[in-house]
Design a protein around this ligand. Structure first.
Ligand code: DCP
Ligand code: CA
Length: 369
């Protein structure tokens, strides 16, 4: 089935929440600030509304600069608890429409829509429209959504139409969509990389795509060079997956080449179980649920979980369960691209069973993003 991924990004998030609380602020420059405690000019701009952006105010700019650019603007202290509350409500709405999601920041979330839309972009756009409608109705906030064949294209599509946008880039449109853009617009290309690309005579994403992988690796290193080679062509096989949900630890990795070899799969699963176990041990934890994830060559994602009779704390129990789950998974003629191992239902070793307070919560805080 054709893969379809969505990225939702809230518009000028903190400032929009402030406008919602006080509509009199709308239409005039509004700047949300993170004060350092050193006087009324100490600190940086967190974000600002579009009226302030027109005057040149930007996230990360010293407040003193922003005051010069927007003399008549309203400057507010960031109220993180308020933004966190709005964020949770928005994430909840998206999660009701998609089984697999990944919160990427306080105001961004990916959703794998392949199953939900049966691989059809038109259906995905309808789901996105519905999500936008619910967020507007329930939270009185607007967002921009991008839809594409992978996370990279979804994100770039969302960035291309802001605010209140809905942008769909179908696989056959990727070339046209990407290639005229300046190199700096490619996700992951920061100021330094852009300057270096420019100094090599590379100005657009299309010009990156024309280069050999060897050339890019030589100039930007293995990791960045390899990324530029694939991303400039719109290629990205990263799965949509929640990274650190409350009370779970997981590791995922790709096979060097897609495989259906049981021995090779078992070897990776064993290794992943070991990596997960290191974190379990570091945290002094025990687990009761083990999940095996398989991502196949067409990017379909499958999970198999087992809840154990009691909490376990040994590497052996984890590896054995993960291997059994992997073994029982039927490939049905397909090959595996990535595999993952996860433990959940965690608690501190020795804590009384059944005590709710013993359950481990590793909920992400605002500052973790
Ligand atoms: N943020 C921050 N400091 C930064 C960047 C962002 O405090 N340097 C906070 C404020 C933003 C929120 O994170 O509202 C989300 O960041 P975005 O980069 O998505 O920016 P906005 O949502 O504000 O604007 P846009 O409409 O361009 O997405
Ligand atoms: Ca945003």
């Amino acid at each position: 089935m054709q893969r379809v991924v969505m990225l939702l990004d809230m518009d000028y998030f903190f400032a929009q929440v402030e406008e919602r609380e006080n509509p009199l602020l709308k239409g005039r420059p509004l700047i949300v600030c993170i004060f350092s405690g050193r006087g009324e000019l100490g600190g940086v701009v967190s974000t600002c509304n579009y009226a302030a952006r027109e005057l040149g105010v930007r996230s990360g700019m010293p407040i003193a600069f922003a005051k010069r650019a927007a003399r008549e603007g309203t400057f507010l202290k960031a109220d993180f608890a308020k933004y966190q509350k709005a964020s949770q409500a928005i994430m909840g709405i998206v999660k009701r429409h998609a089984q697999t999601t990944e919160q990427a920041s306080i105001d961004e979330i990916y959703a794998e829509l392949t199953q939900e839309c049966c691989g059809e972009f038109g259906k995905a756009a309808k789901i996105a429209q519905k999500i936008k409608g619910e967020i507007l109705q329930q939270e009185k906030l607007t967002c921009s959504i991008g839809i594409g064949e992978n996370k990279l294209i979804a994100k770039m599509a969302a960035d291309a139409k802001k605010p209140d946008g809905l942008s769909v880039v179908k696989p056959q449109e990727v070339g046209r969509f990407l290639h005229a853009m300046p190199a700096g617009k490619l996700i992951g290309v920061g100021k330094k990389t852009e300057e270096k690309l420019n100094s090599l005579g590379i100005k657009t994403i299309w010009e990156i795509a024309q280069r050999e992988e060897g050339f890019l690796v030589e100039n930007f290193g293995k990791s960045m060079g390899g990324y530029l080679f694939l991303a400039s062509k719109g290629q990205d096989d990263a799965p949509v997956q929640e990274k650190e949900e409350a009370g779970q630890i997981s590791r995922i990795a790709s096979f060097p080449k897609d495989t259906d070899d049981h021995g090779e799969i078992a070897q990776l699963v064993e290794k992943l179980a070991q990596l997960v176990f290191e974190k379990v041990r570091e945290g002094g934890l025990e687990f009761r649920q083990v999940t095996f994830t398989a991502i196949l060559d067409g990017m379909q994602q499958h999970t198999r979980s087992r809840t154990l009779p009691k909490h376990e704390s040994s590497l052996l129990a984890l590896q054995k369960t993960a291997l059994e789950l992997a073994d029982a998974f039927g490939l049905e003629g397909k090959k595996m691209r990535r595999a993952g191992v996860k433990v959940s239902m965690l608690q501190k070793i020795g804590s009384a069973c059944g005590g709710g307070s013993a359950a481990v919560k590793t909920q992400k805080g605002l500052l973790d993003f």
